[in-house]
Design a protein around this ligand. Structure first.
Ligand code: PGA
Length: 255
């Protein structure tokens, strides 16, 4: 199965409309024409409209960082998939910052993944263990139980169109990335679970990415990880030169 490689930038709540556009311009102009990797930028909600216009006819597509569980109604402050749909192709669900700071659980994340896929967008479903869980030897158990719960409303065809992001919580923003040899194992476990739950075809099609302190000096290592289809970049995607170096280093090691 030939899966298209993907790099996702998560800008979190670091930019406003003006600075998002400025950063988007720098990335777009520095991007090599030969770039074959799918490139997804996830700015804040408010910047989506102007960035969408700016990236039209470019190789960059947009993603959202979150979505409401419901499509419509009296949910003050929430943003519906219906509002996002004209601008994005991907929506991140279950990022650890939402799990840990906002208190989102697998029940909500599963509903979000469902609403995203039913609108023909791809959810980027984030799973990952905390430092405590890692030290207790629970990484695999935690990741697989989150994944099973988060995907429970999805069909075999729908899971095949989803992206799963392995993002160990202790690696996010810490400068300490997960060792590529550990990523290999967890990617194998994730694909194994998808095969058990949904069958061979879905397991071969679903894309799995790694996120957590991806930098210009380690993205080439992740490009070599067996079974890994891409990376999710937070902090380093806020600096155009670093992000471009990450993209170029990842590409140069393409399998
Ligand atoms: P980081 O963030 O690259 O800054 O570690 C990754 C993420 O939160 O998705």
């Amino acid at each position: 199965m030939n899966r298209k490689r993907i790099i996702i930038a998560n800008w979190k709540m670091n930019e406003d409309v003006e600075s998002s556009l400025a950063l988007g311009k720098k990335i777009k102009s520095a991007l090599s024409a030969q770039n074959e990797t799918e490139l997804v930028i996830c700015p804040d909600f408010v910047s989506l409209v102007s960035l969408h216009q700016f990236f039209q006819n470019s190789k960059i597509v947009l993603g959202a960082q979150n979505v409401a569980e419901e499509e419509k109604g009296a949910y003050t402050g929430e943003v519906s998939v219906l509002s996002l749909k004209p601008f994005v192709e991907y929506i991140i669900v279950g990022h650890s910052e939402r799990r840990n700071l906002i208190g989102e659980g697998d029940r909500e994340i599963a509903k979000k993944a469902e609403v995203v896929i039913r609108h023909k967008l791809s959810p980027v479903i984030c799973v990952g263990e905390t430092l405590h869980e890692k030290e207790d030897g629970l990484s695999k158990v935690v990741v697989l139980s989150q994944l099973e719960a988060d995907c429970k409303h999805l069909t075999a065809n729908e899971i095949a169109k989803s992206v799963i992001a392995y993002e160990p919580v202790w690696a996010i923003g810490s400068g300490k990335n997960c060792a590529p040899e550990d990523v290999v194992k967890i990617v194998e476990d994730i694909r194994g679970l998808i095969k058990t739950l949904y069958g061979e075809k879905s397991a071969a099609a679903v894309r799995i990415v790694y996120g957590g302190s991806v930098q210009p000096n380690n993205s080439a290592e992740f490009a070599k990880v067996e079974g890994l289809d891409g990376i999710l970049v937070g902090g380093a995607s806020l600096h155009s030169s670093e992000f471009i170096a990450i993209i170029n280093n990842f590409k140069s090691e393409a399998k």
